[in-house]
Design a protein around this ligand. Sequence first.
Ligand code: ZN
Ligand code: ZN
Length: 207
Amino acid sequence: MKTVACQCGSVRLELDDLDILGSVLCGCSECRLVNTILHGLGGPVVTSCLRAVYLKAGHFRIVETSSEPCARRLRLSARSTTRRLFCARCRSVIAMRHAMYAESVFALPVDLVRSDFEIDCSPQAYVGMIDFDQDFGLIDDALPLFHSFRYQQELRRFLSIARFSEIVSLHPHGSRHPIDDELNRLPVMDLDHGLQEHELVQPSCLG
Ligand SMILES: [Zn+2]
Ligand SMILES: [Zn+2]
């Protein structure tokens, strides 16, 4: 059993049969909005792109470790196709699951979580760069760069990179994985109209 936790430890992921598939630096507007929220709440400043690691797990369980439940399903907008596991106490994102992911795949914002095992995977591509309107400030000029997977030719080129083909399901309406059931049972926190203060768990009342 391996675990990944949020910054404060109130929300934990229990994982088994893990496989690291790859890593990207994501410049998309959703990831940057999450970074802005974290920064606004005193969290780490992510000035460039978010580093995400794709993993595959046979076992995926969300565990609350404090008396007051903090785990939420963060929805950035009605159009968003990514569900995010969020801690309402430390305001951090623990995992992401896009509608296109294969059934046992999820992503970790690896620099923003704490894990009890080594997640050693250097980025292999930049993705979502069509949204990234700042000076790119690229960490590695040699990495392939993708603007948007709305363009089929870009998606095909991305999936041709070793192991990235395992991330996306060609049959996204197939059988559901326990990851979906785990995320779907959580209360939704909607960011469409800003983060509502009353929905957050206060950092002082540590259970
Ligand atoms: Zn937390
Ligand atoms: Zn992103």
